[in-house]
Design a protein around this ligand. Structure first.
Ligand SMILES: [Mg+2]
Length: 191
């Protein structure tokens, strides 16, 4: 059975941090108006502490929405692949309170993907050390390493990568879980 690494935020669900950041920001500073992934690039330095207080006071998964077909497709994939859910919990610049995100992620996974064994939950920012055959993530840097198939889930912050640029890194862009299902379950990929 091939090993499959799947990211959580902005891959299985919309990343609630974007919603919380937008709620916190002024109307003219919405995240979609920038292409940067990191919230620190959007929030004025003198408001960053306030933002972190605001962020940790809320459970980010109450502000996330499942991506269409995600759970159904992952459930089907779980019969054909050994799935590992690999998610970072470190908020840039706020490593002290970041571990608060681990129980929130764990609880959300138990509820959302009850068919995945919790021993297959991995919380790390160093995804390049994860030895999986296939990786699915919305961050290019998380697809580094020696996977034979690397799928980049489209998000506003990675739209600027052209197919040619991604191809050089051995990465293929996907726009939906139905597309992933087609690639991974319809023999396009020999499993
Ligand atoms: Mg992500």
């Amino acid at each position: 059975m091939k090993r499959l690494m799947i990211d959580i935020d902005d891959t299985i669900c919309t990343d609630g941090i974007f919603k919380l950041t937008n709620d916190f920001l002024d109307e003219d500073m919405k995240l979609e108006k920038s292409k940067s992934y990191y919230i620190q690039d959007h929030i004025p330095k003198d408001r960053l502490d306030d933002f972190h207080d605001y962020f940790f006071h809320h459970n980010v998964y109450d502000y996330s929405e499942l991506k269409e077909d995600a759970v159904e497709v992952i459930e089907k994939l779980s019969h054909e692949y050994e799935i590992f859910i690999v998610s970072s919990y470190l908020l840039k610049g706020e490593s002290k309170r970041s571990p608060l995100l681990v129980p929130r992620k764990h609880e959300w996974l138990l509820k959302t993907l009850p068919f995945i064994d919790p021993t297959h939950f991995v919380f790390t920012s160093s995804k390049h050390i994860i030895d999986c055959d296939i990786k699915i993530d919305d961050l290019v840097k998380n697809l580094q390493g020696n996977a034979s198939l690397k799928l980049l889930f489209t998000s506003f912050h990675n739209e600027e990568y052209s197919d040619e640029e991604l191809e050089k890194e051995g990465i293929r862009r996907v726009n939906s879980w139905k597309e992933i299902e087609k690639i991974l379950l319809n023999q396009e990929n020999n499993r």
